[in-house]
Design a protein around this ligand. Structure first.
Ligand code: CP
Length: 321
């Protein structure tokens, strides 16, 4: 039986059809769909940085889909003794079908691991993007609101990898609006904002970024924040807390958007980016969102290994059985 070999390193690796299909499949897995599409596959899970959700989501998801899982922590691979990423990828591709990787660097590291073309590589967070988080977020819009199209999201906080992938993904859905309120000096990378705006112009959506908390939009569907200390990063300003303080999410934001849901990619620091009252309050779906990481991971793993019509080009190879 031939299986697909398709990598997900950036949201921009996905066609519009891929994005829609992945969100739908994530929602189907969330509602109890069962599949053993990875039966006989071996999935490597390599995290050079800490993770609770993404690592568990992909490990649990791969096992539920029938794969065996090999886990590597930060101290396990010969990368630590100087072996190159390219050589690591060449070796792993002869033994693994999929590698889920969180590295400290940029997407070039992921592309080096994927260079053989015979092992699918999934970016479980790099310094600039967190594509599987964005798929989780869209799946959560789909499961909580019944749609992704025409939703409005107020994102408050750092323009980090989660914000970048959210902007690149949401902007591909017609009628959506993404209001980004990011602290001065901590906005989206210029190239990411330009790509998101280009997607928005093509699809009929809106992406706007401001560096203040004045004149907030009314009646948004979702308020979203992430923690202020993004995994694997540090801030150049010693007094960054002072710059971020006005961007704390409090119940005040619900005065103008009383029906808004609250999203958080977690982990959370109550009293920093969000108050406990909001995170643990009735608007919060943060822990449903966390569970959706597993359902969405299953959709991504399936997409990497099974061809679906209308999706982006993929290589195939015979399964090792
Ligand atoms: N949201 C997220 O990526 O969580 P982890 O860092 O725990 O994987």
């Amino acid at each position: 039986m031939d299986h697909t070999v398709r990598s997900l390193i950036s949201v921009d690796d996905l066609t519009d059809e891929d994005l829609r299909r992945l969100v739908e499949r994530g929602a189907e897995f969330a509602s109890g769909d069962r599949s053993r599409v990875l039966d006989g596959d071996v999935v490597g899970v390599y995290f050079s940085k800490t993770s609770t959700r993404t690592r568990t989501a992909f490990s649990s998801g791969a096992l539920r889909l029938g794969a065996a899982v090999i886990a590597y922590g930060p101290a396990d691979l010969q990368l630590n003794t100087g072996e190159t990423l390219a050589d690591t990828g060449r070796v792993m591709s002869r033994m693994l079908d999929v590698l889920v990787a969180r590295t400290a660097g940029d997407p070039r590291e992921m592309r080096e691991l994927a260079a053989s073309g015979t092992m699918a590589v999934i970016n479980a967070m790099s310094v600039d993007e967190h594509p599987t988080q964005a798929l989780t977020d869209l799946t959560t819009l789909r499961t909580c609101l019944g749609r992704v199209e025409n939703v409005s999201v107020l994102y408050v906080g750092e323009g980090n990898n989660t914000a970048a992938s959210l902007a690149l993904a949401l902007s591909r859905f017609p009628g959506t609006t993404l209001h980004l309120r990011t602290p001065p000096g901590y906005g989206l990378a210029e190239d990411v904002l330009a790509r998101a705006v280009a997607h928005a112009e093509r699809s009929g959506s809106v992406v706007r970024e401001h560096h203040h908390m004045d004149d907030l939009p009314r009646d948004v569907d979702v308020v979203y924040t992430t923690r202020w200390q993004t995994t694997g990063t540090s801030k150049p300003d010693a007094d960054w807390h002072r710059i971020f303080a006005p961007f704390q999410v409090t119940s005040r934001l619900w005065d103008d958007s009383p029906k808004a849901l609250f999203f958080h990619d977690l982990p959370a620091h109550r009293g920093e980016e969000v108050t406990a009252e909001v995170l643990d309050g009735p608007a919060s779906v943060a822990f449903d969102q966390a569970e959706n990481k597993m359902h969405s991971a299953m959709a991504v793993l399936e997409w990497c290994r099974r061809d679906t019509s209308g999706s982006s080009p993929a290589r195939t190879k015979s399964a090792r059985r």
